[in-house]
Design a protein around this ligand. Structure first.
Ligand code: C5P
Length: 201
């Protein structure tokens, strides 16, 4: 039976970690929908047209090692503002969401546009500073050279662009449960998300 968990929120709020943990605990499949936009954005950096890139994505593109860089994140957010690019990625996401055995999808518009009927909707947030610090730790851990101010300003640029776009902007669904992880440990955030899923199962 299909059971969909939609997890949305701004960049580096903890959606990925929470989604993977929920998927593990309940045996659901997980799709990080940001990867679709990152893979599309990455190909535009080589000069490929954004819509051609979105229409021809393969599973191999989603596995590329270099999707987590700041340049690719900004390119992702630019292509994500193009309505035709978003439209090209809808069917894949909806089919994934309704597969049998349950699915967790995380992104920006899962609860609002992709899966408005999801059984569970969470909107995960944290303060800008906490999100920037988490992303900084992640990037430094991978050997990128950067600093707090650069990461903070990148996140804020991306969130502003994602929130202001006309098509499927970053926003909470009216019926989503808000999860502010500013003062939470990973374990606490995961436990709160799992409790929500367990309540609806
Ligand atoms: O989640 P992640 O930071 O990897 O997403 C990269 C970018 O992809 C976001 O800044 C956003 O512009 C776009 N995105 C989107 N809708 C989604 C997931 C990601 O517009 N469902």
């Amino acid at each position: 039976m299909a059971f969909t968990v939609a997890i949305d929120g701004p960049a580096a709020a903890g959606k990925g970690t929470i989604s993977r943990a929920v998927a593990d605990k309940f045996g659901f499949a997980h799709l990080d929908t940001g990867l679709l936009y990152r893979a599309t954005g990455r190909r535009t950096l080589d000069g490929t047209d954004a819509l051609d890139a979105a229409r021809s994505l393969t599973p191999h593109d989603l596995d590329a090692d270099d999707l987590r860089t700041p340049d690719v994140a900004q390119a992702a957010s630019r292509v994500a503002a193009i309505p035709e690019v978003r439209a090209a990625l809808v069917d894949f996401q909806r089919a994934f969401a309704r597969r049998s055995g349950g699915a967790v999808l995380d992104g920006r518009d899962i609860g609002t546009v992709i899966c408005p009927d999801a059984e569970v909707k969470l909107f995960v947030t944290a303060s800008d500073e906490v999100r920037a610090q988490r992303r900084l730790d992640e990037l430094l851990g991978k050997g990128h050279e950067t600093d707090f101010e650069t990461v903070l300003s990148d996140l804020q640029t991306r969130d502003a662009r994602d929130s202001a776009r006309a098509t499927a902007p970053l926003k909470s669904a009216e019926d989503a449960v808000m999860l502010d992880t500013t003062h939470m440990s990973i374990e606490e955030a995961v436990a709160a998300a799992c409790a929500e899923v367990a309540r609806k199962q």
